[in-house]
Design a protein around this ligand. Structure first.
Ligand code: SF4
Length: 351
């Protein structure tokens, strides 16, 4: 049963500690939980588990096992939000991770444009209206009361309702969608309740037509995807002149492999679960797909904006020794890469 209501702690801007895939320096997460229910999702292995006590009071017994069945909207307290905004604004640039581009990501542990379902009768309708207003208000405050940048990351075409607002940010905002595949059927196994990848691609196209700078997270790509499919995805995205294209394969986190297996059985689709059976097999899949996608991106002329995300576990000393100096240098290159921001993209377009 789907569960939703208000989370009493208000929404604020928080500094994040992304190190290996730095999308931003700060995050805003309007919800606790996410009803898009991606079966690979890494969030329940970290933040949802930390909130176990509070989630239990709202009827969530197993935050990991029930992932996708709950999302609680954080309360809105404008003064508290502004305090967090001013605190973020004051942090000296030298203290921030350069790859974060002094940006606030909306969002990192949930989808800011999901449509809530469940709760008491009429409750989700009211919450959906509330969050739409809240997201717009947060964006207006960031635009008018700070000099911070904004990175939007979503899987939902609902974001198009805010394109007018995005346009007022100029080069301070970049809009991105997670598009790992163009195969809507396969996506149903891994992202059963998220809008289809083809609708996401259309949304990204629409953003481009409105003059909004875009990026894509081709993430996470599934074990079933080979070179031809990666080339198809990257080819479509490359045609939109994205600022950056991020990529990663599926990482093993908490019980996400169990969730993927169960979904495959439920929908009757074949699932390449063998690549998650041992660490060595997962490493072969992860490194193989990272390198393959990078090669494809380079062939398509996207090498300068393709940003692979090797997981921390792929860069241990042992792994580097096993795989040699070239591999080690590649990991360092990926981890030290500073992703572009729209102003630089506009210069490139003008050149
Ligand atoms: S949209 Fe993002 S946060 Fe939500 S379930 Fe999917 S991966 Fe997790």
């Amino acid at each position: 049963m789907l569960n939703t209501s208000i989370w009493k702690n208000g929404v604020t801007i928080n500094r994040n500690n992304f190190k290996y895939k730095s999308l931003s320096c700060f995050s805003i997460n309007p919800f606790v939980g996410c009803q898009h229910a991606c079966r690979f999702c890494y969030v329940p292995s970290v933040s949802a588990i930390k909130l176990k006590g509070q989630l239990a009071k709202l009827g969530v017994v197993d935050p990991d096992g029930e992932w996708g069945e709950y999302a609680f909207l954080r309360a809105w307290d404008e003064r508290a939000f502004l305090r967090s905004l001013f605190a973020a604004e004051k942090i000296p640039v030298a203290e921030l991770n350069a790859d974060g581009n002094r940006a606030v990501i909306l969002s990192s542990t949930t989808d800011p444009y999901q449509t809530l379902r469940g709760g008491e009768p009429g409750e989700s309708t009211a919450l959906n209206l509330q969050v739409r207003e809240m997201v717009r208000r947060m964006l207006e405050l960031i635009r008018d009361r700070s000099t911070l940048n904004v990175r939007i990351l979503t899987r939902s075409p609902l974001a198009r309702e805010d394109f007018d607002l995005y346009q007022t940010f100029g080069n301070r905002l970049v809009f991105g969608m997670s598009i790992p595949t163009l195969d809507d059927r396969l996506a149903r196994l891994y992202e059963p309740k998220a809008p289809s990848p083809s609708r996401r691609l259309e949304t990204l196209r629409l953003a481009v037509s409105k003059g909004i700078s875009v990026y894509a997270a081709v993430a996470p790509t599934y074990p079933e995807q080979g070179e031809a499919e990666l080339a198809a995805v990257l080819g479509e995205i490359g045609g939109l002149n994205p600022v950056t294209v991020f990529h990663e394969p599926i990482q093993i986190r908490s019980n996400n492999v169990g969730r993927m297996k169960m979904e495959a059985e439920a929908v009757g689709l074949p699932f390449r679960g063998d690549v998650f059976e041992t660490t060595d097999r997962w490493v072969e899949y992860a490194v193989g797909q990272l390198r393959m996608a990078e090669d494809v991106a380079c062939q398509l002329g996207l090498g300068d904006r393709f940003h692979p995300w090797p997981d921390k576990s792929l860069g241990t000393q042992q792994r580097r020794r096993e795989r040699g100096a070239d591999y080690s240098a590649w990991v360092d290159r990926c981890w030290s890469r500073i992703s572009a921001w729209p102003s630089k993209n506009l210069e490139r377009m003008a050149a």
